[in-house]
Design a protein around this ligand. Structure first.
Ligand SMILES: [Zn+2]
Length: 220
């Protein structure tokens, strides 16, 4: 059971079909792990459907979003939302959620991982012209991603294993969100590689004493 969830604004964007492709994939991935968010999403969709019946189409304002969120607070929780069908890995290693599996074309154990930095590998899924990236990351057991901060938002959903940073520990299904106010060094659990889906709006900025010198050369 996940303990770190995407925030309500992101889930609401997802429910409204307004989330960008990368964040939408991340939310869909988290939902495969998290009955709590599946219930919230179902409630949001019910409210959304009710609004569609009563409102003429118009752009959603921040005020409208707040009102929807307030309505959701009052919404009785739906006890059971249908869980996505379980996925079984055919090759070795843990199974990927289906949406991710379809994009990368293989299970974790059969992927052609590209080394990025020492102890860190990736499978690039998508990138935007302004440097945003959606990718699978593998942090080897006990290894750390160099300390960095962000240009824009970084969303990470753990698929297997786990990692820790200044904000806590993240296990399978957990979502970690970081922005330019967060300077962290995610470190994989000692006993197992950490596999995660990472969505960044722009390349991160390395901040470690040595690594910062590499910023002009590393587009990580
Ligand atoms: Zn959740």
């Amino acid at each position: 059971m996940s303990t770190h969830h995407p925030d309500d604004a992101l889930l609401l964007d997802y429910a409204a079909g307004a989330a960008a492709q990368g964040p939408a994939l991340l939310v869909a991935t988290h939902l495969t792990f998290c009955p709590h968010c599946r219930r919230n999403l179902a409630a949001m969709e019910q409210v959304g459907a009710a609004l569609m019946e009563t409102l003429a189409p118009q752009p959603v304002s921040a005020d409208a979003r707040q009102r929807v969120m307030a309505m959701l607070e009052d919404e009785p929780r739906i006890e059971s939302a249908a869980a996505p069908s379980p996925v079984t890995a055919i090759t070795g290693g843990p199974a990927l959620p289906r949406a991710v599996r379809e994009l990368v074309g293989a299970e974790i154990g059969a992927l052609a991982w590209q080394p990025v930095l020492s102890g860190v590998d990736q499978i690039l899924i998508d990138q935007t012209p302004d440097g945003g990236r959606t990718r699978l990351m593998r942090i080897r057991a006990g290894r750390a991603v160099p300390r960095h901060t962000h240009r824009g938002t970084e969303l990470v959903c753990v698929l297997d294993g786990g990692f820790s940073d200044v904000s806590g520990h993240y296990g399978p299904g957990d979502v970690a969100a970081a922005d330019d106010a967060v300077d962290h060094q995610p470190t994989a659990d000692a006993d197992r590689d950490c596999i995660c889906l990472a969505v960044t709006e722009a390349p991160v900025r390395l901040t470690g004493r040595f690594w910062r010198l590499l910023n002009p050369f590393v587009r990580f």
